[in-house]
Ligand binder design. Structure first.
Ligand SMILES: C[S@@+](CC[C@H](N)C(=O)[O-])C[C@H]1O[C@@H](n2cnc3c(N)ncnc32)[C@H](O)[C@@H]1O
Length: 238
């Protein structure tokens, strides 16, 4: 009887949350960037709607959230609006409310957060700094090795049953597609239980031909598809 009541409550919650904008499918196509969260001029920022979806679905009001690759502070700002407490770090902080730290060594106690949201550098697509711990400033093998160290640290600071959402995309380098998304999934599954993923559309690209001859020539020459989506990987600490 109690179980039935709980299921009914969960269903009603989801119906209410969908009305408030919660995505219920795996394809996220947000259109333009919501203003007022993080910075639209920070190179390598994420659209605030992604943080919003992850926070709404995987945390409650008052929960502690960690974003240890905060960049311009998009997740920090959305967390505040949604009544969560966000602990924000970055190796190269650009705001006083973001502390300097390496994601593989966080100044946080064990089991502190209900949710971790991180938006990884897509390896060296954007060079964020010249520090040797910077994920965008190392060989691809070292990037993957560093991800292992980072996810071990994330597991330490995440509460049992807490969620970790990772935003990541693929890149093309030297005529080859580098599957950063699949590799990140493979690394994460060593430390967490897989729960879900969503595909976030990055561009409403009507035609790749309109993007210019350089892009087109690269695709034609290498027989590749142009990446036009990112992936949100969702795992849980068991
Ligand atoms: C894709 S950006 C995050 C952008 C952010 N979501 C926003 O909307 O502004 C990745 C960030 O990771 C940071 N970073 C790179 N390596 C790091 C490391 N080892 N520890 C912490 N931060 C790191 C970079 O400085 C950069 O700000």
């Amino acid at each position: 009887m109690g179980g039935m009541k709980n299921k009914g409550k969960k269903l009603q919650n989801l119906v209410d949350q969908e009305k408030e904008g919660l995505e219920l499918t795996t394809v996220w196509n947000f259109g333009t960037r919501e203003e007022g969260f993080g910075s639209h001029v920070f190179h390598g920022n994420c659209i605030p709607q992604v943080s919003r979806q992850c926070i709404l679905r995987y945390s409650k009001k008052g929960d502690v959230i960690i974003d240890s690759m905060s960049g311009s502070g998009t997740t920090l700002d959305i967390s505040k609006e949604l009544g969560r407490k966000c602990l924000a770090f970055d190796l190269s902080p650009i705001r006083p409310d973001i502390q300097k730290a390496d994601s593989a060594q966080l100044p946080i106690a064990n089991n502190r957060a209900s949710l971790i949201f991180i938006h990884l550098p897509y390896w060296n697509m954007v060079r964020y700094s010249q520090q040797e711990e910077d994920l965008s400033n190392m060989s691809l093998d070292n990037f993957y090795a560093k991800l292992h160290a980072i996810f071990i640290e994330m597991k330490r600071v995440l509460k049992s049953e807490g969620y970790i959402c990772v935003l990541i995309g693929d890149k093309i380098k030297d005529g080859k597609s580098i599957p950063l998304t699949f590799e990140t999934y493979n690394i994460m599954k060593n430390y967490f239980t897989y729960r879900d993923y969503a595909v976030k559309i990055t561009k409403h690209s009507k035609s790749v031909v309109n993007k210019g001859r350089v892009v087109l020539a690269e695709l034609a020459w290498n027989n590749l598809l142009k990446p036009s989506h990112d992936i949100v990987l969702v795992f849980q600490k068991s």
